[in-house]
Write a protein that binds this ligand. Structure first.
Ligand code: KG4
Ligand code: ZN
Length: 337
């Protein structure tokens, strides 16, 4: 494989990620997680995140370049996450990327974080090509995208309240499982019965949209009642049942979109795609329908610098101009707009 050498920087939330790509080949991808720093607060604290990015970014960039065996002068471009995300966190990556691009005299690209998630399967599978239906599920977003071509997206649906990851995080907090909630519920569900409690699967009449706030209320009400009556089921059963409700909603809407568009390829990205049950059920459903499924390894589903660099590679190969050094970060950036 060949192509431009791009350094990608991701700092939109609680992970500092830096990667070096040569075309779509990942030469290195390193991460500094802030999970421990936020865990004692039960969630991401924006000020803590920004400060942790400041501390991590320089050594991490150095580590990514060393691991890739690439000298900064060899880079063809620098890519940073422009949004959506926490403004302070985004600003750290942008400031670092901008100064690096300026000092090296290289172009700078400002990338949409969700477009990064959309591109992640491309780094894992050479045969992954549009048209595809893509399920994006992270801590801040849940969307069903019709990927018509690289850079040509139609958003078919999304969440009308909480994102899937947010639902995991809030429910895990309520159950005292800690932060981040997705991995906690995933682990806690081991050996649990996913049919133990039938929690609601909302918005059946809106084929591509999600709603998770009803699930949250239903779980909280259920647990309070069960506690009162002294009839609490094993926690693993509750975790497995919550997970099943979220997973079923994500799968149903994804395959509604497959039917509606007639495409035969499903891609997926975002932190929630690290979920073992979601991966398993997606694969069963895709097999049954004879649809190609492209879900990268968990490390490419959760936030990382490689997915950010990959969007820049695509733009460079398409001959798009870089973004200059003076754009602003955009905490509320919307995919495809
Ligand atoms: O994409 P991501 O790393 O960051 C954002 O862009 O938000 O996604 C983070 C989200 C969190 O809500 C986290 O709880 C969830 O992904 N997550 C999971 C799992 N691993 C991470 N959710 C369910 N199961 C997992 N194994
Ligand atoms: Zn993300």
């Amino acid at each position: 494989m060949s192509g431009p050498l791009v350094l990608g920087i991701e700092t939109s939330c609680d992970e500092t990620g830096v990667a070096v790509l040569e075309g779509y080949e990942v030469k290195s991808s390193v991460l500094s997680s802030q999970v421990e720093e936020h865990a004692r607060f039960g969630g991401v604290v924006p000020e803590v995140a920004a400060r942790a990015h400041v501390e991590a970014i320089r050594p991490l960039a150095h580590q990514a370049l060393t691991k890739a065996g690439v000298h900064p002068d060899q880079l063809d471009a620098v890519a940073v996450t422009r949004g959506p995300g926490l403004v302070g966190a985004l600003s750290v990556g942008y400031a670092y990327g901008k100064s690096l691009a300026y000092s090296l005299g290289k172009p700078l690209y400002g990338i949409d974080h969700m477009e990064g998630h959309l591109f992640a399967p491309r780094l894992a599978f050479e045969g992954y090509e549009p048209p595809a239906v893509v399920l994006l599920a992270s801590g801040g977003h849940s969307q069903i995208v019709h990927l018509k071509g690289w850079g040509d997206y139609e958003i078919l649906g999304g969440t009308i309240d909480d994102a899937a990851g947010e639902a995991f995080d809030k429910l895990a907090r309520f159950m005292g499982l800690g932060y981040p909630g997705g991995p906690a519920i995933d682990a806690d569900s081991t050996g649990g019965d996913p049919e133990a409690v039938r929690f609601p699967r909302a918005l059946r009449d809106r084929p591509f949209d999600f709603s998770f706030s009803g699930l949250k209320t239903s779980v909280i009400t259920y647990l309070e009642k069960a506690k009162e009556s002294g009839d609490l089921p094993p926690r693993a059963d509750v975790s497995a049942s919550i997970q099943e409700a979220i997973v079923d909603a994500l799968i149903a809407k994804t395959f509604n979109a497959v039917e509606a568009t007639g495409v035969e390829v499903v891609g997926a990205g975002g932190g929630v795609l690290a979920n073992r049950r979601l991966r398993e059920k997606l694969s069963i459903e895709a097999d049954e329908r004879g649809v190609g499924l492209f879900v990268p390894a968990p490390a490419l589903c959760t936030d990382n610098g490689a997915m950010i660099a990959s969007v820049a590679v695509d733009r460079m190969e398409a001959g798009a101009s870089p973004d200059g050094l003076d754009f602003d970060v955009d905490p509320s950036m919307v995919l495809g707009s």
